[in-house]
Ligand binder design. Sequence first.
Ligand code: CO
Length: 150
Amino acid sequence: MKTGIKILTTLFALGLGSQVAAKTCEMSIDSTDQMQYDKKEMSVAADCTEVKLTLTHSGKLAKNVMGHNWVLSMTDNMQGIVQDGMNAGLDNQYLKPGDDRVIAFTDVVGGGESTSITFDVSKLEKGGDYSFFCSFPGHYALMKGKFIVN
Ligand code: CO
């Protein structure tokens, strides 16, 4: 009897422990043939430890013509990432391979496609200056927004 209670207590403690340790927050954003995201701003609560982000492309154009991805970085790093990504090509999602300025990124999708990623946000700073953008050449002028950690 006593042993049974101990095991139950331990299982309960383990369950609670893992709930405190990880909180996955879901986010989604759409993109179009008009070279636009449907959001200019995305915010995440500071107690989220990871984000599951889904990018959809509700247009019709192929990804080599009107491809979109979703890249997250410090705002100061955005321009450099885009510049270096331009020559990396579609096979590399228009990102320099191993670019450590990139916090998270999705693959490039075309019309009718979608993609999801899960990434760690536990190290992002509350109130830090982060931006999301598309690294397809020429797109970031229109396709960018603020990523806010509340
Ligand atoms: Co794009």
